[in-house]
Design a protein around this ligand. Structure first.
Ligand code: ZN
Ligand code: FE
Length: 263
């Protein structure tokens, strides 16, 4: 079982998620772009590195693989259709494996990159814990990843896969973008009270320098504009931005994503 999930800050706004087993000794990490905070945690607490999970090929997520595997020789789970160096276990949609005694399921979520995968841990019936989703740069709190490689339609399908995990699901994404995302969310949907309440809470956390994660699928469905493309106010905002009435939810999503890119 996972005893503790803690964010290790890296670079300007990345989080490396560290998962500590109930032996209080085995650590697994998600997307270690920088090896330094991981090594520091391992040495300070005399831990062993059990494994590394990788969501996609960007260097701010993969940069620590070489140094960590050289030092600790552990397994590295990552996307099957990717050229990332150092992956020992290539995984694809529907694959399952065991991590710290819990079942991890793999979802393919192309859009931000074409190789992007997400990891779903649990739900753990025995511990009554909801599923925990490691969404990388696909679903963010209040937003979603930029479309560097995939199409809007691919990303919309990927996001729908994540929301289908259910409202209780805890979402651990890899960047602290929440406050800026919610400012954009309010521009898209000024009448959404849930978003106004949320940005007040998030701003208070950021003023104290605190993390705004994890979020939940339920909270995202209520306030994340990229998951609300059938909402009339968001359709109107998409039309305002693009000058064209969106023909469907994917077209709304595409326009909202393009607007966010220059917001
Ligand atoms: Zn990325
Ligand atoms: Fe990233």
């Amino acid at each position: 079982m996972i005893n503790q999930i803690k964010a290790l800050p890296a670079f300007d706004d990345n989080y490396i998620w560290s998962l500590l087993g109930d032996d209080n000794k085995t650590l697994c990490v998600v997307d270690p772009g920088d090896p330094v905070p991981v090594i520091k945690m391992i040495e300070e607490q005399s831990l062993t590195l059990g494994c590394i999970l990788i969501t996609h090929h960007h260097p701010d997520h993969t940069g620590g693989i070489a140094e960590l595997t050289e030092k600790y020789s552990c397994k590295v789970y990552g996307p099957d259709n990717s050229s990332i160096a150092g992956i020992t276990d290539r995984v694809k949609e529907g694959d399952e494996f065991t991590l710290l005694g819990e079942t991890v399921r793999v979802l393919e979520v192309p859009g931000h990159t074409l190789d992007h995968i997400a990891f779903v841990v649990g739900p753990n019936a025995a511990g009554g814990k909801p599923a925990r989703l490691f969404s990388g740069d696909t679903l963010f709190a209040g937003g979603c990843g930029r479309l560097f490689e995939g199409t809007p339609a691919q990303m919309a399908v990927s996001l729908a896969k994540l929301t289908a995990l259910g409202p209780e699901t805890q979402v651990y994404c890899t960047h602290e973008y929440t406050q800026a995302n919610l400012k954009f969310a309010i521009a898209c949907e000024p009448g959404n009270l849930a978003t106004h309440l949320r940005i007040a809470q998030v701003s208070a956390l950021r003023e104290r320098g605190e993390i705004t994660l994890p979020t939940t699928i339920g909270l995202e469905l209520a306030s994340n504009p990229f998951l609300r493309c059938s909402n009339q106010q968001i359709i109107d905002s998409a039309e305002n931005f693009s000058g064209v009435k969106p023909s469907d939810d994917i077209a709304t999503f595409a326009a909202v994503r393009a607007w966010k890119d220059e917001f």
